[in-house]
Design a protein around this ligand. Structure first.
Ligand SMILES: Nc1nc2c(ncn2[C@@H]2O[C@H](COP(=O)(O)OP(=O)(O)OP(=O)(O)O)[C@@H](O)[C@H]2O)c(=O)[nH]1
Ligand SMILES: [Mg+2]
Length: 218
């Protein structure tokens, strides 16, 4: 069974997508997810222990249904070993840093990117969120620096804030759209290749038949 078949539920119109958030502790992963799923923001900090899983249903214009399975992971160092398990089989990975904390950006480049590439097996879409954009006055990571790194690693980039829904919703929508485009294209390509293979097989069979008939006549 191919990876794309695995992701498709029994309902042909329904596609399951695994989206995993990673990044340093306190960059705002849980806050972004709370805003995206429940439309709330809590200023207090409660560390994520292990992981949490949320499901959101999205309906696309062509009536395709997306079951978006969102995984929140823990940024604290003592939980890092666990994150590698959650990354397995991810379709989309969103790496988050805090624009007011340069170190969280450096760690994203030096640690998180490597782990993601190593642990996600198969094709996936990569996103980068420069979070806490509402605190831009205290920014330690210029927007251009985030953008340019994202370009380098082929990631979809946006600055975000967990204070409201807009920025995180737009970013996730872009990531899902990119995944769907590639997913459908890949499937169509596969279909085309199979049809071509089948046609070639039939042609060769026909040729062989003709060749044998000619030999018999001789
Ligand atoms: N001003 C502002 N504060 C934020 C934003 N996002 C998160 N915070 C705050 O930053 C702190 C850490 O946020 P969390 O969402 O718990 O961080 P986390 O990345 O999930 O941290 P771990 O679970 O330890 O990995 C909390 O006090 C949040 O309220 C944001 O966009 N703007
Ligand atoms: Mg958290």
């Amino acid at each position: 069974m191919s990876k794309t078949d695995e992701n498709e539920n029994e309902n042909k119109n329904e596609i399951e997508i695994k989206l995993v958030f990673v990044g340093e502790t306190k960059v705002g992963k849980t806050s972004l997810i709370n805003q995206y799923i429940k439309n709330v923001f809590h200023p207090g900090y409660i560390s994520t222990i292990g992981s949490d899983k949320f499901i959101k249903k999205l309906i696309l214009d062509d009536s395709k249904i997306i079951l978006l399975v969102v995984w929140d992971t823990a940024g604290q160092e003592r939980f890092r070993a666990l994150n590698t398990i959650f990354l397995k089989g991810a379709n989309i990975v969103l790496m988050v840093y805090d624009i007011t904390n340069k170190e969280s950006f450096e760690e994203l480049k030096n640690y998180w990117y490597e782990i993601v590439v190593e642990k996600v097996n198969g094709n996936f879409i990569l996103g980068i969120a420069g979070n806490k954009s509402d605190l831009y006055k205290n920014s330690q990571v210029p927007l251009e620096e985030g953008k340019s790194y994202a370009n380098k690693v082929n990631a979809i980039f946006s600055e975000t804030t967990a204070l409201n829904l807009n920025s995180i919703q737009d970013l996730i929508n872009s990531l899902v759209k990119e995944y769907i485009d590639k997913f459908i294209k890949e499937k169509e390509k596969e279909k085309e290749i199979n049809t071509r293979k089948q046609l070639n097989k039939e042609k060769n069979k026909e040729k062989r038949k003709k060749c044998c008939n000619n030999n018999k006549k001789k």
